[in-house]
Design a protein around this ligand. Structure first.
Ligand SMILES: NC(=O)c1ccc[n+]([C@@H]2O[C@H](COP(=O)([O-])OP(=O)(O)OC[C@H]3O[C@@H](n4cnc5c(N)ncnc54)[C@H](OP(=O)(O)O)[C@@H]3O)[C@@H](O)[C@H]2O)c1
Length: 363
């Protein structure tokens, strides 16, 4: 039986993880610790319903208490459903405590991918992605030698503004940007999906998770969200991951990996899903995607700087302090201000993250 610490239990992924654990049943898995940021009421409700005695509310107890949940001796696996780089310290300590990691969060690999994956290798822990695209690639890559892999392709729904003319993007409201065409998710990732920053974050995540150079990772817009990832093999053949767009699938796979168990989800409907399109993304219209990919080319601390700035700029957009296009414009200015460190330490990464947040709050 696998004992899980679920970090970010009150969010979209957190709540779906609880569904999956309940579906798998107590003989297979049990949640033994929970954490949230502010929503103490739901956290307590979840703890009562699941019979969990160990909880942490970051806004009240501090991130150290979340780290404590992630490193409890009784925990086998930590599911990381916290949004943003705030998950960095809990994951760092969980890896050092030898815990298996189920990673939904994408921001921490964007901030500290080189350091984190180095720690994963040194401590010989399993890190299984939960993000649907990286889970798709993980499943396609399973047991393949690096020499067999030519290219990874990450698909993007294109977000709510895929067909919106460039000129109309000046008027975008938070309500419009929060209306994602194919996925229902937390607010930060939904805004990132509207700017396509989400895809840049996934490319960076994949770069570290699979140790593949950035030039061998591409993005394709696929509005139907049926194919979640493609691997091009050295002989020119492709492996595709095709599934319903339901996060409970990658969550369950991360928990049961390498085993596959039945889910409660209906079978994929091939007749209702006959139309599939793939087009390259528009890097002029979606400035955030372009900037995120440029940050990866620059490397070092630049991706963490961009990630932290983006987190604050998204919050400011949601508070109506900034326009939707302003997110990209401010990010471009922020990138000019940062002199990246090639091989930052954890302490340096945390300091750069904090500095970027301060600057992004008033740019
Ligand atoms: N939702 C999806 O379908 C999806 C798909 C792929 C990947 N992801 C990734 O998974 C992560 C979670 O996404 P989500 O959509 O589930 O987000 P969400 O609905 O906003 O939930 C975030 C969770 O993290 C907690 N949290 C937020 N800030 C925190 C902090 N500073 N310290 C500690 N806990 C904090 C929140 O607690 P409160 O509720 O108390 O604020 C909540 O439990 C993100 O990195 C996202 O990119 C999500």
């Amino acid at each position: 039986m696998l004992r899980i610490a679920l970090l970010g239990s009150t969010g979209s992924i957190g709540r779906q993880t609880i569904d999956v654990v309940q579906h798998l049943g107590p003989l297979k898995t049990q949640i033994v610790a929970l954490s949230a940021q502010r929503n103490g009421e739901l956290l307590e409700q979840q703890a009562r319903a699941l019979g969990v005695r160990r909880t942490a509310l970051a806004s009240r107890d501090g991130i150290e208490k979340v780290v404590e949940m992630a490193t409890l001796p009784e925990v086998d696996m930590v599911i990381v459903a916290i949004s943003g780089a705030a998950a960095l310290l809990p994951v760092w300590h969980a890896i050092h405590a030898g815990k298996r990691i189920g990673l939904a969060n994408k921001e921490i690999l964007v901030t500290g991918g080189a350091l984190i994956m180095d720690a994963v290798r040194r401590h010989n822990v399993e890190m299984v992605p939960i993000d649907s695209e990286t889970s798709a690639l993980f499943q396609c890559l399973h047991a393949r030698a690096p020499s067999e892999i030519r290219r990874l392709i990450i698909t993007a729904s294109g977000g709510p503004f895929r067909e919106t003319p460039q000129a109309d993007l000046d008027q975008v409201t938070p309500e419009q940007a929060l209306r994602h065409p194919t996925w229902s998710m937390g607010p930060k990732i939904t805004i990132d999906s509207s700017t396509l920053m989400n895809k840049a974050l996934e490319v960076i995540e994949a770069r570290w998770l699979f140790d593949i150079p950035p030039e061998r990772i591409s993005v394709m817009v696929h509005p139907q969200s049926i194919v979640h990832g493609l691997v091009e093999l050295s002989d020119g053949a492709y492996l595709a991951h095709i599934a319903r767009n339901d996060m409970r699938l990658p969550i369950q796979y991360a928990i049961t990996y390498p085993e596959r168990l039945p889910t409660a989800l209906p079978a994929f409907d091939w007749l209702a899903n006959r139309h599939w399109e793939f087009t390259p993304p528009d890097l002029e219209k979606f400035l955030c995607l372009r900037l995120g990919l440029e940050a990866l080319q620059i490397g070092g601390s630049m991706t963490g700087w961009v990630n932290a700035a983006n987190e604050i700029l998204v919050e400011r957009f949601l508070r109506r302090e900034l326009s939707w296009k302003g997110i990209g414009h401010c990010l471009a200015k922020m990138m000019e201000r940062h002199k990246p460190l090639a091989h930052p330490t954890l302490e340096e990464l945390l300091a750069i993250d904090a500095e970027a947040r301060l600057e992004a709050a008033c740019i």
